[in-house]
Design a protein around this ligand. Structure first.
Ligand SMILES: *[C@@H]1O[C@H](CO)[C@@H](O)[C@H](O)[C@H]1NC(C)=O
Ligand SMILES: *[C@@H]1O[C@H](CO)[C@@H](O)[C@H](O)[C@H]1NC(C)=O
Ligand SMILES: *[C@@H]1O[C@H](CO)[C@@H](O)[C@H](O)[C@H]1NC(C)=O
Ligand SMILES: *[C@@H]1O[C@H](CO)[C@@H](O)[C@H](O)[C@H]1NC(C)=O
Length: 890
């Protein structure tokens, strides 16, 4: 079939997509892969291209308040980039990192379907083995879960389920079935609609494929008009006359009829129908756009924006101690919140999400979350400091609750004057903060005059705040000690953080007596602030021209200095001079220095383990590098086009430096290889093997040059750690039904010598959780499998999310830090009716309906979103979207 019937616009999108792929990138799951299939379109490419297409659509339909509307012509015929879209819509320099991180979550969940033990071999999840009806049921189920999770406000889970759905939709249907070979040039019209027939399916006895002994099998499908798909491996076994998936890892393809039909890549060795790869990818892109469009229409524009974090603004998340002594702190939090809300109201930097968790001995919570600044303000205002409590408080439990409800890449502020009673949670909370990439800052007011107000059972240990230090360090935040009279001023750090400041790397990273601290300012930085905190005797700051300024308060030659007790803040004048700056501090005890600045040029990072065997080689996404396993580091630079312009030389990052934390010793320096077109900002490096035996945390620092050849440095906000073992926790393929017992599977493997481990499990709901693996001894290269059973009570709240946590802790004398795995699962009623169901006449009269009224609140309730009958405004949008897609013939 000639490939020329492809709609023009789409063809060019794909062409551009292809241009972005480097010759070595290939195969399906994600950017890194085998050398074998240059020019293949990956799941990640498709997911991003589709999300950007729908985001642009949204931007075009909702002109930005106070800014010129976007014009489609400006974007046609070029690859869509998140930075460009953000600069055009929210204004130049608007950071796109949250949006890109959200897309990354979807893409990684998508890729994980090919690697996780519970999903990689399940034919239903991949449209293999002619299980097309089952595949569709799973696909629609995953999309429905994504929808419900988003409506319930759990966007992490929603993105995961969306990734799973897109995986099935993209690769699996269009690449594994013969839809393309049947001459179809549009996505399957009924794939997303569970009530409609899939149509003409090949029956049990129908032979579908002829024998093919070549790698490439263009004509092996028997002249035949029914829909079928290939069998893979040995389960289920291939009946006589049926097609195989094909490719070198598919055992079934060596049995007659030999060969296969997959279109996963452009490589004949993997894909007997490689010549149809691009056609399959085109349909997969259209189908993905449709799926995003469907979610947008169900969630409304605000809900959809939250699902993909289509905002430059961060969220505001407070954990507040409400014991009697906390009046001043609570007031400080209120003042900050009010200030931020008022200053940013209606603008692009207005926080889109607010979280509040109170705690008061002995309780904590409940968590309050909203996207409405007024109700946040009201809730905060109702908080009063009442009664006395014991000194230690359940502060880490409260923080854990906040972490479970705060979007990734956010700052969380804990206001307290007490140490934690639940210090046993320290590691788990630190791991969760790392997984969520949230920075935690503790504002601790220690006031001796308070001794009478707090009932104290024992003499306080000077180390009692240590758990806060551990969590702050793990998350990239800090612990700021202050006093009552200063808390209001010190709390202005809250405003700084929500203004999206990045921390600049310091050399050395911690204060060494007699040595200056050095940092580099580049031309892309604004609002540089220096914070010094401790028993400072004196300090000075010197710019590259040799101008210096001391600790005097007020305006100096370089900037403005404010002092609140032991906390100093120096705001440098804009624009700061570029080059090398120095800070010299003379101080007692533990003094910290932190330099922050505003910039759109920043980066996200991920880790992946190259998996070369199996049907879909690629990078298996992991949250941490694993000791002894070759691990790749993926860097995604954001803000390369802060003004949305593409002219001129781009900044370029060439190396990543790995440093021990907190000492700063250089552990390695690895070159970064661009993956794909430079404007996309994707870089890859192999972590050096010696690093993978490091026990301590390490920090990532990116080195490069700007368009003018001047030095650029950026530091990751949080340190990373090498996990001593690989810990994989995966759930059932679908949701949790009340009254059921759900099996979870756990795999633990050591690649760095023998390990003796204890395993602990938790669930953040009162569900029973049992495991057949509580202790394990692993030899080098050995794995153990465990089964967990989660009992979901009849009374479990529908549409609620539970988090299961597993920790593996070393039993050796020299304890290795625990490794954690987190799994989110959705409790859902068994009734899938109406969720995504479509009335039979969907392209009928509803088409003419006016566009829907957008729900005032992003949290569309289930009752409101349900229905699915003609006259429901939802259908108006779907029909509208379909029209836009040129698919009105449905
Ligand atoms: C978005 O995708 C549709 C095809 O579904 C295409 O017609 C349109 O041109 C795309 N938009 C852009 C800006 O590429
Ligand atoms: C573990 O597996 C790796 C890779 O297969 C191999 O190189 C190594 O020798 C193995 N080590 C041991 C102790 O078995
Ligand atoms: C736990 O149960 C699973 C599934 O029944 C089994 O595969 C695994 O080997 C068991 N693990 C242990 C340690 O008994
Ligand atoms: C458990 O964690 C999830 C987030 O993953 C959250 O949505 C849910 O509300 C939590 N449940 C409870 C009871 O806190």
């Amino acid at each position: 079939m000639p490939p020329t019937h492809v709609p023009l616009a789409l063809g060019s999108v794909l062409l551009l997509l292809l241009q972005l792929l480097s010759p070595t990138s290939a195969f399906f799951p994600n950017i890194w892969s085998l050398l074998a299939a240059p020019g293949s379109v990956t799941h990640q490419d498709l997911t991003e291209a589709a999300a950007l297409n729908v985001t642009l659509q949204l931007f075009l339909e909702r002109p930005p308040p106070g800014r010129p509307p976007l014009r489609l012509e400006d974007f046609l015929g070029r690859t869509l980039l998140a930075d460009d879209l953000f600069a055009s819509y929210f204004g130049p320099g608007s950071p796109s990192r949250r949006f890109r991180a959200a897309l990354g979550e979807v893409s990684r969940a998508n890729a994980a379907q090919d690697f996780l033990p519970t999903s990689r071999n399940d034919p239903d999840l991949h449209f293999d083995a002619e299980r097309l009806g089952q595949g569709r049921t799973r696909l629609v189920g995953a999309l429905r879960e994504a929808l419900v999770a988003a409506q319930a406000g759990d966007h992490a889970l929603a993105r995961q389920r969306l990734g799973a759905a897109l995986h099935a939709l993209q690769q699996d249907f269009y690449s594994h079935s013969n839809w393309v070979e049947l001459g179809q040039q549009r996505p399957h019209p009924h794939l997303l609609w569970p009530r409609q027939e899939l149509g003409n399916l090949a029956q049990v006895g129908d032979p579908t494929c002829a024998d093919c002994e070549e790698l490439s099998c263009p004509g092996n499908l028997l002249g035949f008009t029914r829909l079928t798909s290939g069998y893979f491996g040995t389960y289920p076994s291939k009946p006589p006359g049926k097609c195989s998936h094909g490719g070198r890892f598919d055992q079934s393809s060596s049995q007659p009829p030999r060969g296969g039909i997959n279109k996963d890549s452009t490589a004949p060795g993997f894909s007997p129908h490689h010549t149809l790869h691009l056609q399959a990818a085109e349909l997969a892109l259209l189908a993905s756009i449709q799926a995003f469009g469907l979610l947008r229409s169900r969630l409304g524009d605000r809900g959809f924006s939250r699902l993909l974090d289509i905002t430059p603004a961060s969220s505001l998340s407070f954990v507040l101690d409400t014991t009697g002594s906390m009046g001043e702190e609570i007031n400080a939090a209120k003042i900050q919140a009010r200030h931020i809300v008022e200053q940013r109201r209606g603008g692009p930097m207005e926080p889109g999400h607010y979280v509040l968790v109170p705690f008061h001995d002995p309780g904590f919570g409940p968590v309050f979350t909203t996207s409405d600044p007024d109700s946040f303000w009201q809730q905060l205002n109702e908080i009063q400091a009442v009664g006395g409590g014991d000194e230690p408080e359940m502060s880490l439990s409260a923080l854990e609750l906040a972490l479970l409800h705060t979007p990734p890449l956010s700052d969380i502020f804990v206001f307290t004057d007490a140490s934690p009673k639940d210090a046993f949670l320290t590691r788990r909370v630190g791991a969760l903060a790392q997984e969520r990439r949230c920075r935690v800052t503790f504002l601790v007011t220690e006031d001796p005059s308070r001794a009478q107000r707090r009932v104290r059972r024992e003499v306080l240990s000077p180390l009692r705040f240590e758990p806060y230090e551990v969590v702050a360090l793990a998350s990239g935040g800090e612990v700021i000690f202050t006093k009552d009279q200063h808390i209001r001023d010190v709390a202005t750090v809250v405003g700084d953080s929500t203004a999206d400041l990045v921390a600049l790397p310091l050399e050395p990273p911690v204060l060494v007596p007699g040595r200056p601290l050095v940092f580099t300012v580049d031309g892309l930085l604004r609002r540089v602030t220096v914070r010094i905190h401790g028993e400072v005797r004196s300090f000075w700051i010197r710019n590259p021209a040799g101008v210096s300024q001391g600790q005097e308060e007020g305006q100096g030659s370089l900037g403005h200095t404010r002092r609140f007790g032991q906390f100093w803040m120096v705001s440098m004048n804009d624009p700061p001079q570029t080059g090398t700056w120095e800070i010299q501090v003379t101080a007692e005890g533990n003094t910290r220095v932190r330099v922050q600045a505003q910039t759109a040029l920043d980066f996200l990072f991920h880790f992946g383990i190259p998996v070369e065997d199996g049907p879909h080689p690629g990078l298996y996404p992991v949250t941490q590098p694993v000791a002894g396993l070759r691990t790749q580091l993926l860097i995604e630079v954001t803000g390369l086009h802060p003004g949305g312009r593409r002219e001129g030389p781009l900044p370029h990052f060439s190396h990543v430096v790995l440093r021990g934390v907190p000492g700063g010793a250089e552990l390695g320096r690895v070159p970064l290889e661009p993956s794909g077109a430079p404007e996309r900002g994707l870089l890859v490096a192999s972590l050096p093997p010696p690093l993978l035996s490091t026990a301590g945390p390490f920090a990532l620092e990116l080195l490069g040059r700007d368009g003018g050849g001047r030095d650029l440095r950026r530091a990751a906000p949080q340190p990373c750690r090498v996990a001593p073992v690989l810990l994989e926790l995966s759930g059932p393929a679908g949701f949790l039904a009340p009254g059921s017992k759900a099996p979870l599977s756990l795999r633990i493997a050591s690649f760095s010598g023998p390990r003796d481990l204890d395993l602990r499990t938790w669930v953040n709901a009162s569900f029973a959780l049992t495991s057949n693996l509580s202790r394990v001894r692993l030899e080098h290269n050995e794995s153990a499998w465990g089964r967990l059973w989660l009992e979901v009570p009849e009374s479990a709240a529908l549409d609620s999310v539970v988090t299961v946590t597993v920790a593996a802790m070393g039993r050796e004398a020299r304890p290795v830090p625990p490794t954690h795995a987190f799994l989110r699962l959705l409790v859902l009623g068994p009734d899938p009716q109406d969720q995504l169901a479509v009335p039979a006449h969907s392209s009928g009269p509803v088409l003419t309906k006016a566009s829907p009224t957008l729900p005032p609140s992003p949290l569309v309730t289930r009752g409101r979103a349900g229905g699915g009958l003609a006259g429901n405004p939802w259908w108006g949008t779907v029909a509208g979207v379909l029209l836009l897609l040129g698919l009105a013939s449905w």
